[in-house]
Design a protein around this ligand. Structure first.
Ligand SMILES: [Zn+2]
Length: 339
């Protein structure tokens, strides 16, 4: 596993493709995208971007049809669709499961080799080699991705280089198991991203506030999704008593959330359920802090269309779900925070 620090632009997805999951998802998406491209020419470049992850041929089927650890829908988010997430999940179940390859696929599998086109299986190709100290393998992955994109749409990079028009800002955890572009099934150019340990939004985090301000005032995004996730190491550390280091100070923000909602959290049976509840409260609390910012409230005063959502993602089944918080205007907030 590697740590990738890059520009926040939504035009720079996870192009290193170091996981099997990513490789499989892409090939399925490619097939479906081709259908979309015939329906809407203006969507062509955007849809195609997801070939970022492609390894052609896996859509020939034959994989383990019971596997669920793959994200496959390529439908673009309709910013006005309240039920987009549910529909995406339904679409996945009904259309794409048959294409899924098993996570435990044998790298020597002849079918995978045959579909790769580069002499190695898709599984092998997308594994990160920890002995590759120069990271040449990752750059080769990147080269192949860029070449595949250009082959599909020679104008793609030239087009997105000119401007970005994402409709969504994603604020999530840095956890490698919750990649926003894959969770949302969006390609380069379609989601602006801010991530930190345990998706914390505080009133004085200049990095997060800068992302918020730029995305709302310049990019004119229409939705902010604050997405927590179960099995969050940051939340678990905050829930516990063990000292970890500098990050303990950051995690104090989550202890504050626990203190605020202690009675509700302690209604849950067992430590696991209580931590899951803390994850949910933490995501909602961060979404509320987004709303309390001068940036969001100024946008609402201007009449800008903007909705803030709190979600939670379960890495055990790959599903993102809505939590009980959504705000589209200041009247949705507690009185003390209204300006
Ligand atoms: Zn986390």
């Amino acid at each position: 596993m590697a740590l990738l620090i890059n520009n926040l632009s939504r035009r720079v997805p996870s192009f290193m493709n170091s996981t099997v999951t990513v490789a499989r998802f892409s090939s399925v998406a490619t097939t479906e995208w081709k259908k979309n491209m015939t329906a809407a020419a203006t969507q062509k470049r955007r849809t195609f971007a997801m070939t970022s992850l492609l390894h052609r041929g896996n859509d020939q089927g034959g994989g383990d049809k019971s596997s669920s650890n793959v994200f496959t829908s390529n439908k673009h988010i309709d910013p006005n669709n309240e039920n987009t997430n549910d529909k995406k999940n339904q679409a996945f179940n009904s259309k794409f499961r048959k294409f899924v390859q098993p996570l435990s696929a044998d790298p020597s599998n002849e079918k995978l080799k045959a579909t790769c086109g580069c002499g190695t299986s898709a599984v092998q190709r997308n594994k990160f080699d920890p002995t590759d100290s120069a990271l040449d393998g990752l750059l080769e992955n990147n080269r192949q991705w860029a070449a595949a994109v250009v082959e599909e749409d020679p104008e793609f990079f030239k087009t997105i280089a000119l401007q970005q028009k994402p409709k969504i800002l994603w604020i999530g955890c840095s956890d490698s198991r919750v990649p926003p572009n894959q969770v949302l099934q969006l390609g380069p150019g379609e989601v602006f991203v801010h991530r930190n340990i345990a998706n914390v939004v505080t009133h004085t985090d200049m990095s997060c506030l800068s992302v918020l301000q730029y995305s709302i005032e310049v990019l004119k995004i229409q939705h902010v999704i604050v997405c927590g996730h179960y099995n969050c190491g940051g939340v678990a550390a905050a829930y516990g008593k063990q000292q970890v280091g500098l990050i303990d100070n950051w995690l104090r923000n989550i202890k504050d959330v626990y203190r605020l909602y202690e009675d509700d959290i302690n209604k849950e049976e067992g430590e696991t359920q209580r931590m899951r509840r803390l994850v949910e409260h933490n995501a909602i609390h961060s979404a509320q802090n987004v709303c309390y910012s001068t940036i969001v409230q100024d946008a609402w005063k201007r009449g800008q269309k903007l909705t803030v959502h709190a979600w939670v993602h379960d890495i055990a089944d790959g599903m993102a779900r809505k939590l009980d918080f959504k705000a589209s205007c200041a009247s949705d907030l507690e009185n003390i925070y209204k300006m």
